[in-house]
Design a protein around this ligand. Structure first.
Ligand code: ADE
Length: 244
């Protein structure tokens, strides 16, 4: 899978991604991240890429031309079908695991990172296929959101994680939050690991984990249960928990 990032801060992207699991996947060639510096594509003097907004107002607007030229440069490399182009903006659809799974099926993805007060709408209209936000708060630019999305998408690409089944058992994929995990020692500051996890009884461990996931979701993210199909047994578990 190949990610192309149009940005004014390519070193921020590379420094952020080139470590740990994603760094390893890049080195082994399973995923590839390429940045394109929008400033390299301006035709104006002194590398200018922004200007005052028509109609007045605070801040500067990123101009259409350098962004369009950057996009054309990427398209030449991709050959074939037009790639999906994701513009990171608080005005976009809010990113979630479902969107991540869908995007992980693409061969190429292009990200456009904006800055200043915005980007000339005409270039957005002409190249962007998806407007995406990573949450209801405002950041200084699209680089961190692009990194968040690439991290989440890349880990779903086969071979990126060592353990092939871990992406599906984790929070959100199942519709529930993940159960609590424990490792050695058996006792830490007087707190013991739940006995069932030491029993070696696989089915009981699975049942315990499922219940913990359900209760944790109910406590912390009850909104997720609105779209989760609760079985009769699930309802009983929650009713019992509510009595306590
Ligand atoms: N750019 C600035 N804030 C953002 C956000 N919350 N999501 C995506 N892009 C952004």
């Amino acid at each position: 899978m190949k990610f192309y990032v149009m940005t004014l801060f390519p070193e921020m992207i590379m420094n952020g991604m080139d470590t740990s699991i994603i760094g390893r996947a890049m080195k082994s060639g399973i995923i590839n991240i390429e940045t394109a510096n929008i400033r390299d594509y301006t035709l104006e003097k002194h590398g200018k890429v922004d200007d005052y907004p028509y109609g007045g107002g605070a801040g500067m607007v990123m101009q259409a031309e350098p962004i369009y030229r950057t996009y054309e440069g990427i398209k030449k490399k991709i050959k074939g079908e037009n790639p999906r182009v994701i513009y990171l903006t608080p005005q976009g659809k809010v990113f979630n695991q479902h969107m991540s799974e869908e995007l992980s099926q693409e061969e190429n993805l292009v990200f456009l990172c904006g800055h200043y007060e915005g980007v000339d709408e005409r270039v957005l209209d002409s190249i962007v296929t998806d407007h995406v936000s990573i949450g209801d708060y405002v950041l200084t630019g699209g680089e961190l959101p692009a990194m968040v999305m690439m991290d989440s998408i890349a880990r779903l690409v086969p071979g990126v994680l060592n353990n092939e089944d871990s992406p599906v058992t984790e929070s959100f994929s199942s519709g529930l939050l993940e159960y609590p995990q424990y490792s050695r020692p058996e006792e830490f500051m007087g707190e013991k690991v739940p006995q069932i996890l030491l029993s070696g009884h696989h089915a009981k461990v699975e049942e315990w984990r499922y219940e913990k996931s359900l209760i944790r979701t109910f406590e912390r993210r009850p909104d997720l249960l609105k779209t989760y199909h609760l079985s009769e047994k699930d309802k009983k578990i929650l009713a019992k928990y509510n009595e306590i």
